[in-house]
Design a binder for this molecule. Sequence first.
Ligand code: A2H
Length: 253
Amino acid sequence: EGVQPQDYVLIKMEVVVPFQGKLKILEGRKVYLAAATLRPETMYGQTNAWVLPDGKYGAFEINDTDVFIITHRAALNLSYQKLSKVPENPTCLVELSGHDLIGLPLKSPLAFNEIIYSLPMLTILTDKGTGIVTSVPSDSPDDYMALLDLKSKPALRAKFGVKDEWVLPFEVVPIIHIPEFGDKAAEKVCVDLKIKSQNDKEKLTEAKKLTYLKGFTEGLMIVGEFKGKKVQEAKPLIRNALLETGQAVMYSE
Ligand code: A2H
């Protein structure tokens, strides 16, 4: 954990009914994968969600209606932030592994893709955020490479039981223009740096540095309600709209 507290926006990605398998027990409730992000203004470009296949998750009662699927660690933190039905005591309705979550159909706030799927990412940290990440391959080098790995490696899809239709139809959605990098900044930087896979840590760190700062200082929204505005200006407006409409909550750790 860092010394500075990190404030995340938790995006409520709704699991589409009917529930299957271990999730059947949650019938009648609103169930969400809650993804921690620092970039709420990129939510238009979501193509999927990420889970760690061997990660341990649970379905936790947040209030009378909502259930969040997150790590136990995140549920404990949330329970001290007024996000638990029983304060300071998270209630787990069912234990889940990342494998149980692969292939869940989701409706996610602002996404141009009406339905997206939950897919495996091998570099997710279980001691950061909720252990659930939303994927925006236009602007996140990690997301771009993890999606490219799945798209280009049938054996990787087979290993995790990922169906072609959860991955192959999903293309990078341009949402932000950065003068130096164009409309698909993450793709451009990954190609320029010749990044081979999601495991190419050093180069991905470099790619993230390059895109993150430029995106914030020079990026322009090219879609959505704040089209034409700078990313810097749009970010708090989009975050507040997501919070006010109940599509997201704040979480700090
Ligand atoms: B970001 P920081 Cl478009 N493991 O959201 C690995 N990565 C995680 C995570 C976890 N447990 N929890 C959150 N994250 C990702 C969007 C995004 C993000 C874009 C561009 C850059 C970017 C869409 N994915 O992050 O270490 C989430 O991905 C660049 C670092 O706390 C979250 O924001 O700074 C970010 O990492 C939080 O990372």
